[in-house]
Ligand binder design. Structure first.
Ligand code: FAD
Length: 393
């Protein structure tokens, strides 16, 4: 009998894991990928769609490669229950999947309830923090904004998906406004005390490119919103905007609750990073944004793709009754656009440290761009094509 691995979530983590489980086992392991969406829509590069610089088609991909080239069984359905004792996953459509090992990469869900007045108003106040309809909606609201209007973005307290993402978004919204509504204002209302990634580079780019357009206001915690007037009630001020983009606080995708694991801070699943197994839960692995990260490990698509390879290798070794690789290494590169023609990056390398029992950053490896440049905009586009190809086969 072939061992069966069920993977839940066909995003960066889950799709990569499904592919590499098949590839590295030479097809000796059966893999079923459960994903509720029919198509893969990439968050990376979605800020370019909001800024009117790319199409939805560019960031939308299908799953056929996983099925046709790698023999992954695709099931487009939602997981509604998980029995970790019987080792069974139940789907909304009624199917039951028995597994030898289960891997969850469900991404994030929003803690919408943390912002009074937000629930049920995602059409008036989009998040666009899961790419898809919301991405297009936010672009349309930007395009319909009157000249001289106010576009406000609220950033939740860290940790959240993609630390540089909101600042990239502010840059690309300003880039759009410079071309179409040069008197507009872009307000960046940040619950954090500071810019979370590439601070100096973002500030330099904003000063050079959008001196009177982007305004950054730190320590600005959002309490409630009024959807009818698009007003954000913050701790110290009220801001009325023409377009209000609230990125809500985040937690592990709710399907993680179904394994009955304890969530760190009520939000993230603690895992043993050597194997990505959930603490005290044999045969169940969690990777990607849903996992409690190792020190200085960002919640990124690139990192989810790398963790998928650690998970796939460990799962195959454990199914073969072999010990897992004792020293896995992962790396991350996050590109950010500061305008249509210019981008920059931050990179890091993380090595598993047996004494600390977690991944630690390798000092001196990785780094930061000296300055944003057109060459890096081309590199960012190439990075996206590569990661989509690597993830989706
Ligand atoms: P996801 O990719 O979100 O995948 C989770 C999948 O699980 C989804 O497809 C979902 O439909 C599915 N799912 C969830 N629950 C269920 C269920 N019950 N049943 C069935 N299916 C389910 N990262 C980078 O590396 N580089 C970038 O440049 C970058 N830019 C970004 C820009 C923006 C605006 C945003 C929002 C994010 C960006 N990211 C970037 C971050 C990146 O998108 C995430 O870190 C990445 O998607 C995490 O992968 P994941 O597998 O954990 O989750």
């Amino acid at each position: 009998r072939k061992a069966h691995v069920v993977v839940v979530g066909g995003g960066f983590g889950g799709a990569s894991a499904a592919k590499y489980l098949r590839l590295w086992s030479d097809g000796r392991v059966r893999v079923t990928l459960v994903e509720r969406n029919a198509r893969f829509i990439s968050c990376p590069m979605s800020n370019l769609v909001i800024g009117g610089l790319q199409s939805m088609a560019h960031i939308t991909h299908d799953y056929a490669g996983l099925r046709d080239r790698h023999g992954v069984r695709l099931v487009h359905d939602s997981v509604t229950a998980i029995d970790t004792v019987a080792r069974e996953v139940r789907l909304a459509g009624g199917e039951r999947l028995h597994y030898d090992r289960l891997l969850l990469s469900p991404g994030i869900d929003f803690m919408t309830e943390a912002v009074e007045g937000l629930a049920g108003h995602e059409d008036r106040i989009p998040h666009a923090w899961k790419a898809g309809e919301q991405t297009l909606l936010l672009h349309r609201q930007l395009a319909a904004m009157p000249e001289g209007g106010v576009f406000a973005i609220h950033i939740p307290k860290a940790p959240f998906r993609c630390p540089p993402g909101p600042y990239e978004r502010a840059s690309l919204v300003a880039d759009y406004c410079l071309r179409h509504k040069p008197r507009a204002k872009v307000l960046v209302l940040d619950a954090n005390a500071d810019i979370q990634s590439k601070k100096g580079l973002f500030l330099a780019a904003w000063k050079a490119r959008y001196p009177n357009m982007i305004e950054y206001r730190p320590n600005n915690q959002l309490l409630s919103v009024d959807a009818a007037t698009r007003t954000a009630r913050l701790e110290f001020e009220d801001v009325k905007a023409d377009v209000l983009n609230v990125i809500p606080p985040q937690r592990a995708g709710r399907v993680a609750d179904l394994i009955g694991s304890h969530l760190a801070n009520g939000r993230w699943v603690p895992v043993n990073w050597l194997t990505t197994e959930v603490a005290d839960m044999p045969n169940v692995h969690v990777i990607g944004d849903a996992a409690l990260p190792a020190p200085r490990m960002p919640k990124s698509g690139h990192m989810a793709n790398q963790q998928a390879k650690v998970a796939a290798a460990a799962i195959l070794q454990m199914l073969a009754d072999q010990p897992p690789n004792p020293a896995p290494m992962v790396m991350n590169t996050c590109y950010s656009f500061v305008g249509s023609d210019s981008a920059m990056h931050v990179a890091s390398v993380h090595r598993f440290d047996a004494a600390e029992n977690t991944f630690l950053p390798v000092e001196g490896a990785g780094g930061l761009s000296a300055v944003a440049s057109p060459a890096e905009a081309a590199a960012a586009q190439a990075w996206a094509r590569n990661i989509w190809a690597d993830t989706l086969g």
